[in-house]
Design a protein. Structure first.
Length: 206
């Protein structure tokens, strides 16, 4: 696989991982039911309700995607390490968010009636697992970037290669048809004093 394709694959994994984490953060991760409270109550809790760390790290992963293209060499390897840490953080935060104690605490924060029930029932959905999957993809993208990213091309590599050739072709010397008189301002004034047209040679006239 060419370095350019490796970079594209890592970018795809990064975007997919961060996107899954952000998608899951707004979905229902757990439902708490207090049947023996004064009034039977049901609370639906999203990933954001249970802790916003996973979603915040998903946004950080998207920012890292832009940095993956903007950097090169050691800086890109450092970006890869950060992406791997973001992915690991998403996995940990997602798994910790659906622990029973955390779910009951979040439900109690949303409604004081929830804490009156003696043993609320907690049903955990699968969206937290989607967030974990996103974290894994983001971590894999970061590891690939950290290990292989130094040899990937930069965002403006083709322009950097073209610039020296353009400079060599154009050079810094006088253009064809230019003589010392056209380059020296004092020579231009002297030709004006003699009644000559200093632009005649530049325009192609003898």
């Amino acid at each position: 696989m060419t370095p350019g394709r490796e970079r594209g694959l890592a970018a795809l994994l990064c975007a997919a991982g961060a996107g899954l984490a952000l998608l899951a953060a707004g979905r229902t991760w757990a439902v708490v039911r207090a049947e023996d409270a004064i009034t039977p109550l049901t609370q639906s809790l999203t990933g954001g309700d249970l802790g916003g760390a996973a979603g915040a790290l998903g946004w950080a992963g998207l920012a890292g995607l832009a940095a993956l293209f903007a950097t090169r060499g050691p800086a890109r390897a450092a970006v890869g390490v950060l992406l791997a840490l973001f992915g690991a953080g998403i996995c940990y935060a997602s798994a910790a968010a659906v622990q029973r104690a955390n779910v009951l605490s979040a439900a109690g924060d949303k409604s004081a009636l929830m804490s009156i029930g003696t043993a609320p029932a907690v049903d955990v959905g699968l969206w937290w697992a989607v967030s974990v999957t996103g974290g894994v993809l983001l971590a894999v993208a970061g590891l690939v970037c950290a290990v292989r990213g130094r040899r990937w091309p930069g965002m403006s590599a083709r322009y950097e290669r073209a610039a020296p050739r353009g400079a060599a072709a154009g050079g810094s010397g006088p253009e064809p048809g230019e003589g010392p008189a056209e380059q020296d301002p004092s020579a231009m004034w002297k030709s004006l004093d003699r009644g000559e047209d200093p632009t005649a040679r530049t325009n192609g006239r003898p």
